[in-house]
Design a protein around this ligand. Structure first.
Ligand code: KG4
Ligand code: ZN
Length: 336
């Protein structure tokens, strides 16, 4: 079969990225330009600033991706782009660029679900990985437990009822005076803390539920910090971070394990920004070893937002016959 090179664009949040990926799994180039340093000043992503920065960066990033791949647009077979979920203005920049490229080159256009992209990051890192498997998908905006039946057949079994997992990290970090994004800071700080120091709640919701809720845990952390401050007692940030993380992990791992058992599957993919957390990786690998499961984490650079994962998802969509026309529009609230 002829090789298929997908050029993909990702601009759903605070990373402007363009990648070229061969046959859904081989990264030829993956340029990621992060806006984090700018948004850090405001303590989170400012949507209008993000859109403007994407606009300034996008042409350059596409050029760089082609240059690094030593390719011209002629060598590209498909143009893929994140259509949602994400920030409306930010998504619009990527979609407009992709439409322009598709119009000029007459190459097919494929709109991609960003969350599907996160799952496909695992196909790039693990060339032998094929469905079916369970995916624990934990990002800054979403938290899903997914049964991946096939490359384009994914069923959401559980999701968050309130805050996403990464969002809880970011909010806890903020309340501790740590910069955005909070995940890496909380993980680092937790390394010298005691995870048993504070008994934060493990919110399981009703019996047998695969849904998540992290806002109660976040509030419990805030209440703990306030009550300590009121009593003028010293706070160990390390213990707060370690105990918070442990509460998150306990819930994630308990529900994931139960779903693996129920579906009788032995392959587990963990994806999305929070899957970059090494402490979580170790805990999941321990659970997997005890149960004879195989685990698949994307390489760290592919855990957080990047266009290579969008190219991979775009490839599998393309094989399935997905084609978009120029009426393709942003879908900020797109679900999996
Ligand atoms: O998937 P992602 O890059 O963007 C979204 O699609 O949302 O995820 C970003 C989220 C942020 O909330 C960030 O704090 C979290 O992933 N994150 C982490 C770590 N690295 C990034 N959370 C915990 N531990 C980390 N090491
Ligand atoms: Zn993402």
């Amino acid at each position: 079969m002829k090789d298929i090179n997908v050029l993909a664009i990702e601009s759903s949040c605070d990373e402007t990225s363009c990648a070229i990926v061969k046959n859904g799994r081989w990264v030829i180039s993956n340029i990621i330009s992060s806006q984090i340093d700018i948004h850090k000043r405001f303590g989170g992503v400012v949507p209008e600033v993000a859109s403007r920065m994407h606009l300034e960066a996008i042409n350059n990033i596409v050029d760089q991706a082609l240059k690094e791949a030593k390719m011209s647009l002629e060598d590209v077979d498909v143009i893929a782009v994140t259509k949602g979920p994400g920030l409306v203005g930010a998504l619009l920049v990527g979609i407009s660029e992709a439409k322009a490229l598709s119009y000029v080159t007459k190459k097919p256009l494929v709109g991609v679900n960003h969350m599907k992209g996160h799952i496909c990051a695992a196909f790039i890192t693990h060339k032998d990985l094929n469905p079916p498997f369970i995916c624990l998908l934990i990002s800054g905006g979403h938290t899903y437990l997914v049964e991946v039946k096939d490359f384009n057949d994914m069923k959401v079994i559980g999701k968050t009822m309130d805050d996403a997992c990464g969002e809880a990290y970011d909010k806890v970090a903020r309340s501790l005076g740590m910069p955005y994004p909070g995940g890496p800071c909380v993980e680092e700080c937790a390394k010298s803390g005691n995870e048993k120091a504070i008994d934060f709640p493990r919110v399981m919701l009703e019996k047998d539920s695969y849904d998540f809720s992290f806002s109660g845990l976040k509030t419990a952390v805030l209440n703990y910090l306030n009550s300590k401050k009121q009593k003028n007692e010293e706070i160990s940030k390390e213990d707060v971070c370690a105990s918070f993380q442990k509460a998150v992990f306990d819930v994630l791992i308990y529900k994931t394990k139960r779903l693996m058992q129920e579906k009788n599957l032995d392959k587990l993919v963990v994806a999305g920004g929070v899957s970059a957390n090494n402490t979580l990786k170790k805990e999941i690998e321990k659970m997997a070893k005890e149960n004879n499961y195989k685990t698949y984490f994307p390489k760290k650079i592919l855990c957080t937002d990047n266009a290579a994962m969008i190219a991979s998802s775009g490839y599998f969509e393309y094989l399935d016959g997905t084609r978009d026309d120029f009426s393709l529009n942003v879908l900020p609230n797109l679900e999996l």
